[in-house]
Design a protein around this ligand. Structure first.
Ligand SMILES: Nc1nc2c(ncn2[C@@H]2O[C@H](COP(=O)(O)OP(=O)(O)OP(=O)(O)O)[C@@H](O)[C@H]2O)c(=O)[nH]1
Ligand SMILES: [Mg+2]
Length: 398
């Protein structure tokens, strides 16, 4: 029995191909529909008729998907890992409000680069527009909606000493209460203040965890573009700042130049969005299909990856390149008046990408395992891409 996403109905299918199937539909745990001896091919239509009779138009692909889920749990006896994860996730997802607001606290010493980080990613400013950034006075509070994926609420805390003193006093509660993520920014070029940065980090982590035990702690080693021996400096600094902290810290080396900030943010945004967990499961099950190497769901406006099957090391480079590619395509297509393209194919000697327009905000990029597939194979993968794009789109149909 499966809950039908976006409704209060549940669907159950039992039986087998030779004896016919039994469809049951419940509304809030009450059986409202029962039909026996249905052949496999008629299952989807029967269910669709039922909903149409109730004046409820449920997208057909959503029904197809649920039926497939139900059938796979009958035929295999045991649900496979991926199937059970998907259905667990649907339940989990249904319980949570979709646009859950998450509070992110962006903190660190003065001049670390916090405001630039924010403006680079979420306001789309170019590096050269950020070079004369002014010190933040107190707390700047901003909300941002990531392609309707999630709604982070970002608190950018001015890092000058007078403000830090206030945070340590009465403002503490306001700042850390109900926060989900701590982003601590360290100017990696400012070694004379490593010790101060360490103390402030320890304090912030303690506060964050005492208010929110499940919070995620992220440290940005920022302005990495100015550092020569990156690995050595980063290794040293990791040990130096964290020796008194037992909680897990995620480290990111970032700069307003290049793509590192985008992949760091992608990772963070994904962790806070219930939809992304779901998207990643869909993308991963798509990856298990023969011929597909990887898949990425990219937000057009920011170039952030809202979901991805790439491992993090590859992702840094791939997402950067893909964003660049998308910007270029967007520019070209606008000139060609083709803004509303549905899909795109891109072939080079070593790569083959299929790009699907999922929504106005989101692109699905499929990286094929080989650039030498024949036409039928491409058509087959395109078809999977369309189904997956539909599944993702349906996450927004409530
Ligand atoms: N080279 C380099 N400079 C950066 C980078 N990010 C920020 N900066 C510079 O660092 C300075 C401070 O940046 P801000 O973002 O204002 O710093 P902040 O942490 O918000 O400072 P407060 O608001 O005072 O706490 C600015 O002059 C930026 O141009 C980076 O990635 N590389
Ligand atoms: Mg600032």
């Amino acid at each position: 029995m499966k809950k039908i996403p976006g409704t209060l109905f549940q669907l159950g299918i039992t039986g087998s191909t030779d004896k016919g199937y039994l469809i049951n539909i419940w509304y809030r745990d009450q059986l409202v529909y029962e039909r026996a001896n249905v052949i496999k091919e008629a299952l989807i239509n029967e269910i669709q008729f039922f909903f149409e009779g109730k004046n409820l138009s449920l997208p057909r692909n959503r029904i197809e998907w649920i039926v497939r889920e139900e059938l796979s749990s009958i035929s295999s006896g045991d649900e496979t890992f991926i199937e059970s994860t998907v259905s667990d996730l649907i339940d989990e997802f249904e319980k949570k409000p979709t646009e859950e607001m998450k509070k992110i606290v962006l903190i660190g010493l003065s001049n670390a680069g916090k405001t630039c980080i924010y403006e680079r990613v979420f306001e789309g400013k170019k590096p050269w527009e950020l070079l004369h950034s002014a010190a933040t006075k107190g707390i700047a509070y901003k909300e941002y909606e990531v392609g309707t994926i999630s709604k982070p609420m970002i608190w950018d805390l001015g890092g000058q000493q007078q403000y830090l003193d206030e945070y340590h006093g009465v403002l503490k509660n306001n700042i850390f209460q109900k926060a989900s993520i701590l982003l601590y920014v360290i100017d990696i070029t400012d070694s004379s203040r490593y010790e101060d940065a360490r103390k402030e980090l320890e304090w912030s982590v303690n506060q964050m965890l005492s208010f929110n035990p499940g919070a995620l702690i992220n440290v940005f080693f920022h302005k990495i573009d100015l550092i020569q021996d990156k690995d050595e400096v980063v290794d040293y600094l990791k040990k130096f700042i964290s020796y008194k902290i037992s909680h897990k810290i995620r480290y990111h080396t970032t700069s307003i130049f290049g793509q590192s900030l985008f992949s760091a943010w992608s990772e963070i945004i994904r962790e806070i969005s219930p939809k992304t967990t779901f998207i990643n499961t869909i993308l991963n099950s798509m990856k298990s299909h023969n011929g597909i190497k990887d898949a990425v769901l990219l937000e057009k406006s920011t170039g952030l990856a809202c979901g991805s099957t790439l491992d993090l090391k590859e992702e840094d480079i791939a997402v950067g390149m893909l964003s660049l590619l998308i910007v270029t395509i967007d520019k070209v297509t606008q000139e060609m008046k083709l803004q509303n393209f549905k899909e795109f194919k891109l072939k080079t000697d070593s790569n083959f990408l299929l790009i699907d327009n999922v929504t106005n905000e989101l692109l699905l990029i499929i990286i094929l395992a080989s650039s030498d597939y024949n036409k039928e194979k491409i058509v087959e993968i395109e078809e999977i891409g369309k189904q997956v794009a539909n599944q993702i789109r349906n996450l927004w149909v409530q």
